[in-house]
Design a protein around this ligand. Structure first.
Ligand SMILES: Cc1cc2nc3c(=O)[nH]c(=O)nc-3n(C[C@H](O)[C@H](O)[C@H](O)COP(=O)(O)OP(=O)(O)OC[C@H]3O[C@@H](n4cnc5c(N)ncnc54)[C@H](O)[C@@H]3O)c2cc1C
Length: 402
C-alpha cells in the first residue's frame, strides 16, 4: 500500500470504525480529534458521548439505509460470535398505545421480527394505565456503549493508528494536510464543520436518565429485553403537541432510560424549535427527565421484576443527534482537488447502527480511488469482516488473560 497516510478527522464511532477498516486494509492511518470520546466533560454536540446504543436504523435521512445497515449488522453479528466485549443480542419491543402504525421499513432487516395486535396474548411490556394498540418485537444487537467504545480504541491501538488531539480548521484542510504526506482525508466530524462555520444545525434532541440497577428486565421466557414505549400524547409530548416515546436499554449494572426525539435547529448558540412540555408535576426532576423516568418506572414495574426509585438515578444528560446539512446525511468522496476528501457525517440517531456499513463503504471508495486495480476491493465486505473478527478475538483473549 502507499506510504502516504490517510488522515481521519473525528474520533466518534464513525471516525474510529472507518480508521479500523482502513487500518485492516493496510493503509497507514492517523486520527485527529478535538476531544476524546471518553472525556469526563460532556459536549452535547459530540454525539458519540451519548448513544444508547441499539443497532436499529432510525432517525436518519438521505442515504440508502438498507445498503449500509445490513453489512453493518453483519459485522455486529461477527463481533458477537468473536465474543467481543460490550455486544449482546436481546429481545426488543416497540409498543404503541394510541396509534396503530404499519411496521417500519427496517422490519424485514431485523431477525425474528414479529407483529403483535392488541388482542394478542403474547407478552409485550405494558403501562398499567395505557392499553396497547399495536406492538412488534425483534432480536436486536445492542452495544454496552462504554465497553464497546473502549474496544474500538483498543483496535486502533493494535493497528498502530495514532490519535492526535488538535482543533483543526476544517475550512482549510488542504493547508494542514499536504498531499506529499497524505493520500486522503476522511471528515468524520459530526457537526464540527457546520459549527465552525456558524451554519444552522439540524438536530434531534435526546434526553437520557442513567439509573443504577442490580436487576435487568426479563420477559416470561427469561430473556433480557429492551423496549421503546409510545404513551398517549397527554402523557408525554412537546409544547407543540408532538408525541414522544420513552425507552429502556439495560446494560451492565445500569439502565439507560430515554428519551426525547425533538427536532430543532441550532443557530448562533440558540436552540430554535420545539421543546419538551411543562408537566408541573411538582417533582424534583426537571422536564423531560421526570416524564422519561416516571413512564419507564411504571412500565418496568408493570412488566418486569425491576423496581426503580429516584435514588437509583446516577446521571441525567441531553445530547444532540446531528442530521447533516439540510437534514440529510452525507457520505461522499470529493476527489476534484489535490487531496481527496471523504465527507462522512449526519448519521442522526443511527451512527452506531450504520458505523460498520459506513466504514466498509468509505474504505471501498478510498481503495477504489487510490488503488483501482486492487482485487481486494471486490471482496471487501467478506474479507474485512473476517479480519475484524480475528482482530477482536485476539484482543478479547489478550485482555481476558490480563
Ligand atoms: C441521546 C442519544 C441517543 C442515541 N442512541 C443511539 C442508538 O441507540 N443507536 C445508534 O445507532 N445511534 C444512536 N445515537 C446517535 C449516535 O450517537 C450518532 O449518530 C453518532 O455518535 C455520530 O457519530 P460520528 O462519529 O458521526 O460523530 P460525533 O460523535 O459527533 O464525532 C465527531 C468527531 O469530530 C471531531 N471534530 C469535530 N470538529 C472538529 C475539529 N474542528 N477539529 C478536530 N476534530 C473535530 C469531534 O471532536 C469528534 O471526535 C444517539 C445519539 C444521542 C444524542
Amino acid at each position: 500500500m502507499s506510504g502516504k497516510k490517510i488522515a481521519v478527522i473525528g474520533s466518534g464511532v464513525v471516525g474510529l470504525s472507518t480508521a479500523i477498516a482502513l487500518g485492516l486494509m493496510n493503509f497507514r492511518v492517523q486520527i485527529f480529534t478535538k476531544e476524546s470520546i471518553q472525556s469526563e466533560t460532556k459536549n452535547p454536540f459530540f454525539a458519540s458521548q451519548y448513544p444508547a446504543a441499539s443497532i436499529l436504523p432510525h432517525s436518519i435521512h438521505g442515504l440508502d439505509l438498507k445498503k449500509l445497515f445490513l453489512p453493518s449488522k453483519n459485522i455486529f453479528q461477527r463481533l458477537l460470535r468473536a465474543h467481543a466485549p460490550g455486544i449482546v443480542q436481546q429481545k426488543h419491543y416497540e409498543v404503541f398505545t394510541d396509534q396503530t402504525p404499519t411496521p417500519p421499513a427496517y422490519a424485514p432487516w431485523m431477525n425474528g421480527f414479529e407483529l403483535h395486535h392488541s388482542t394478542d396474548e403474547k407478552f409485550v411490556p405494558k403501562h398499567p394505565d395505557f392499553p396497547v394498540s399495536r406492538a412488534w418485537s425483534m432480536d436486536m444487537y445492542f452495544t454496552n456503549w462504554p465497553t464497546y467504545a473502549s474496544l474500538l480504541q483498543k483496535c486502533c491501538f493494535e493497528l498502530d493508528i495514532s490519535v492526535t488531539v488538535e482543533d483543526l480548521d476544517l475550512q482549510n484542510i488542504t493547508d494542514r494536510f499536504s498531499s506529499n504526506d497524505y493520500a486522503a482525508v476522511v471528515m468524520a466530524t459530526g457537526c464540527g464543520f457546520e459549527i465552525q462555520n456558524n451554519h444552522e444545525l439540524y438536530l434531534l434532541r435526546g434526553d437520557l436518565v442513567i439509573a443504577k440497577t442490580s436487576k435487568q428486565p426479563v420477559n416470561p421466557e427469561g430473556k433480557v429485553f429492551s423496549y421503546n414505549f409510545n404513551p398517549p400524547k397527554h402523557a408525554y409530548s412537546t409544547k407543540d403537541g408532538l408525541a414522544q416515546d420513552v425507552y429502556c436499554y439495560p446494560r451492565s449494572g445500569e439502565l439507560v432510560l430515554g428519551g426525547s426525539r425533538i427536532a430543532g435547529r441550532w443557530l448562533r448558540q440558540q436552540w430554535m424549535g420545539d421543546e419538551p412540555s411543562n408537566y408541573s408535576t411538582g417533582d424534583a426532576l426537571e422536564d423531560p427527565f421526570w416524564q422519561i423516568f416516571r413512564l419507564n418506572q411504571e412500565v418496568l414495574a408493570n412488566s418486569s421484576n425491576v423496581e426503580l426509585s429516584e435514588e437509583a438515578i446516577i446521571e441525567m444528560k441531553t445530547g444532540y443527534r446531528y442530521l447533516g446539512p439540510q437534514s440529510k446525511a452525507k457520505l461522499e468522496l470529493d476527489s476534484k482537488g489535490s487531496l481527496p476528501i471523504l465527507h462522512s457525517y449526519g448519521y442522526g440517531g443511527s451512527g452506531v447502527s450504520l458505523s460498520w456499513g459506513v466504514a466498509i463503504k468509505s474504505a471501498h471508495m478510498i481503495l477504489h480511488l487510490l488503488q483501482p486495480k486492487n482485487s481486494f476491493a471486490k471482496a471487501i465486505e467478506t474479507h474485512f469482516g473476517h479480519e475484524l473478527e480475528n482482530l477482536v478475538s485476539s484482543l478479547t483473549k489478550k485482555y481476558e488473560s490480563n
